[in-house]
Design a protein around this ligand. Structure first.
Ligand code: G6P
Ligand code: ZN
Length: 544
C-alpha cells in the first residue's frame, strides 16, 4: 500500500478553543481542512511511533468520514495501533477511560459536544494526551502554530475499513482494533459505584427515573447500564438512539434545550429522578421531581456525600471548580478540611490537579462534573453518583438539596448567555470591563459593596504555568459575585456569559426563585458591563 504525501496550504483558523477545534461541518468539509489539522497534531507529538491511539466520536454527521481519514493518516504517520469505537463511536468519557485502561499514547475525540449536529451543524476534533485528558494549552498552541506553517500531510491509499465489525484489521502496518463502544466504560462504572444498591433502587416500582440521552452518544451507554445491567424498566432511557443530527435538537442538557425532560419532570406525576447528558456524553443535568439541581450545587452535594460511594469512601483529596462555578463547593471543602482549587473554564485545567492527587472531584457550572477516575467530565458517572446517593439516603432529590442548603447555606446562581453578539462589540465590552473593574473597590451598588475586581489569572500549582485574562470578576463584601467572560466554544459570533451568584445562609430565605434573588445583581451587571447597550439585546438568549 502506498503512502501519499499531499501538498497543502495552511488554514489560518485552526486555533483550538476551550475544548478542541470546533467549526461548522461545511468548514471541515473543505479540501484538506481536517487532514491539515490531524497532521498538525501528529507533527506536534513526539515519540508516538509504534504506539496506540484511541479514536472515537459522538456519532454526529461527518464522524464516519473523519474516522476513515484519520485511520489512514495514522497508518501513514507511523502509529502502531488504533483502538477505534464500533461505528467510530465512543463518548468523550469513554475515550478517556480507554486511553487510561490500555495505556495509549493519546486519543482523538470527534465531537462538537453540545453544539447541534447534521450537515448544517457543527463538527469538532480534540486531542487528548496519555493521562486521558484534553491536551494542555502548550500542546494546543503548538498544534495551532504547526497548522499555520503546514505544507503537506501523509495519508495511506487504502479502502475504508468496516467500522461496524468488532476485531482487528490491518491498514498498512497499522493494527486497527474496532472495540465495543460501551464495555470498558461500563466496567469502570461498576468498579466505582454500589451497583447492587442502585439496582435495588431501580427495580423498586416506587422509584421512577427518566434518562434523556437527547438522541446523542449516551443512548447506547444508558440503555446498557440502566436498563440491561441495573434493571430499570425499559423506557427509562428516552431518546436513546444516537442520531447523526441528534434528531434536529440541540444536545445540551440544560433547562432550555432538554425541554422534553423538563416537561416530564415538572409535569403531573413526575418521576423521582431525571437526568440528561449532551452530544458526547460528558455533561449532565440532574433533576428531582419538580426540582432542578444547579451544576454548582450538584458538585457540592456529591462532595458532601462522597463517603456513601465505594470509590470515594476513604474521602477526597481536594475539590476543584472552574472560576465561574459557584462557591458552594468551597464551603464543603472547608467543612471537610480539604483544599478547593479555582481554575479557569475548561476541563483541561483540572488535569494536573487530578494527576498530582490534589483533587478528587471537579466540576463546572456548565453542567460538567467528574473525578479522578478519568480525565474528562463524565455525564453518566454523575447520574450514577446521584443514584448511589439516593439509594443510600432514601430521600428525594429535593430533600437532599434542601438539607444541604440548611447545613452550608444556599448559593443562588444563574448564568445569562447573550449568544450571537457581534465579535467587536463583545470585545469592547470585555475590554471596557477590564479597565473599569480594578478601580471599583469600595464602590457601592445598592446594598452591595465591591470588595475586589480583576481579570482572573491562574497559576497552575503543579507546573506553574500561567493563564491570564480568564474572565472579569467583581466580588462583593458579602461573598456575592458577578463574572463576565466570552465563551470559548461557540462557532458563530461571540457569546457573552454573565455569571451571577449570591449567598444566603438563613433557611427561610432560601426559597426564592434564583432570578428574583439575583435581581439586584442582574441590574448591577448591566450597569457595569453596559450589556444592553453594547449587545443590543434587552435580555439574555439563554438563562441556566
Ligand atoms: C466545554 C468545556 C468545559 C467548559 C464549557 C463551556 O464543555 O469542556 O470545560 O466549561 O465548554 O465553555 P465556554 O468557553 O463556552 O464557556
Ligand atoms: Zn460535551
Amino acid at each position: 500500500m502506498n503512502i501519499r504525501i499531499v501538498t497543502t496550504q495552511p488554514f489560518c483558523d485552526q486555533k483550538p478553543g476551550t475544548s478542541g477545534l470546533r467549526k461548522q461541518v461545511s468548514v471541515f468539509q473543505q479540501l484538506h481542512y481536517l487532514e491539515n489539522f490531524v497532521q498538525s497534531i501528529f507533527d506536534t507529538l513526539e515519540g508516538y511511533q509504534g504506539h496506540t491511539l484511541v479514536l472515537g466520536g459522538d456519532g454526529r454527521y461527518y464522524n464516519r468520514q473523519a474516522t476513515q481519514i484519520i485511520l489512514k493518516m495514522a497508518a501513514a504517520n507511523g502509529w502502531g495501533r488504533v483502538l477505534v469505537g464500533q461505528g467510530g463511536i465512543l463518548s468523550t468519557p469513554a475515550v478517556s477511560c480507554v486511553i487510561r485502561k490500555y495505556q495509549a499514547f493519546g486519543g482523538i475525540v470527534l465531537s462538537a459536544s453540545h453544539n447541534p449536529g447534521g450537515p448544517k451543524g457543527d463538527f469538532g476534533i480534540k486531542y487528548n494526551i496519555g493521562n486521558g485528558g484534553p491536551a494542555p494549552e502548550k500542546v494546543t498552541e503548538a498544534i495551532y502554530a504547526r497548522s499555520r506553517g503546514i505544507t503537506s500531510y501523509k495519508i495511506l491509499e487504502a479502502n475504508d475499513i468496516d467500522l461496524d465489525r468488532l476485531g482487528t484489521v490491518q491498514l498498512g502496518v497499522l493494527d486497527v482494533e474496532v472495540i465495543d463502544t460501551v464495555t470498558d466504560y461500563a466496567q469502570l462504572m461498576e468498579s466505582l459505584f454500589d451497583f447492587e444498591k442502585i439496582q435495588q433502587l431501580l427495580i423498586n416500582s416506587r422509584f421512577r427515573m427518566c434518562m434523556d440521552s437527547l438522541h446523542a452518544v449516551t443512548g447506547s451507554y444508558a440503555h446498557r447500564l440502566f436498563e440491561d445491567r441495573l434493571g430499570a424498566p425499559l423506557g427509562t432511557v428516552c431518546n436513546g438512539t444516537p442520531l447523526e443530527d441528534f434528531g434536529g435538537g440541540h444536545p445540551d442538557p440544560n433547562l432550555v434545550y432538554a425541554h422534553d425532560l423538563v416537561e416530564v419532570m415538572f409535569g403531573k406525576d413526575a418521576p423521582d429522578f431525571g437526568a440528561a447528558s449532551d452530544g458526547d456524553g460528558d455533561r449532565n443535568m440532574i433533576l428531582g421531581r419538580q426540582f432542578f439541581v444547579t451544576p454548582s450545587d450538584s458538585l457540592a452535594i456529591l462532595a458532601a456525600n462522597a463517603k456513601l460511594v465505594p470509590a470515594y469512601h476513604d474521602g477526597l483529596a481536594g475539590i476543584a471548580r472552574s472560576m465561574p462555578t459557584s462557591q458552594a463547593a468551597d464551603r464543603v471543602a472547608a467543612a471537610l478540611g480539604i483544599d478547593c482549587y479555582e481554575t479557569p473554564t475548561g476541563w483541561k485545567f483540572f488535569g494536573n490537579l487530578l494527576d498530582a492527587g490534589k483533587a478528587t472531584l471537579c466540576g463546572e457550572e456548565s453542567f460538567g462534573t467528574g473525578s479522578n477516575h478519568i480525565r474528562e467530565k463524565d455525564g453518566l458517572w454523575a447520574v450514577l453518583f446521584w443514584l448511589n446517593i439516593l439509594a443510600v439516603r432514601q430521600q428525594s432529590v429535593e430533600q437532599i438539596v434542601r438539607e444541604h442548603w440548611q447545613i452550608y447555606g444556599r448559593h443562588y446562581y444563574a448564568r445569562h448567555d447573550y449568544e450571537g453578539v457581534h465579535s467587536d462589540r463583545a470585545q469592547t465590552l470585555i475590554t471596557q470591563l477590564r479597565q473599569l473593574v480594578p478601580t471599583l473597590k469600595g464602590q457601592r451598588y445598592q446594598s452591595y459593596e465591591v470588595e475586589y475586581g480583576d481579570d482572573f489569572s491562574y497559576t497552575d500549582p503543579v507546573d506553574h504555568s500561567i493563564s491570564n485574562q480568564q474572565g472579569v470578576r467583581v466580588g462583593f463584601t458579602d461573598g456575592s459575585r458577578i463574572v463576565f467572560r466570552l465563551s470559548g466554544t461557540g462557532t458563530q459570533g461571540a457569546t457573552l456569559r454573565v455569571y451571577l451568584e449570591s449567598y444566603e445562609s438563613t433557611v427561610v430565605k432560601q426559597q426564592l426563585e434564583p432570578q428574583v434573588a439575583l435581581a439586584d445583581l442582574i441590574g448591577i451587571a448591566d450597569q457595569l458591563g453596559q450589556i444592553r447597550t453594547l449587545t443590543g439585546m434587552a435580555q439574555p438568549t439563554v438563562i441556566t
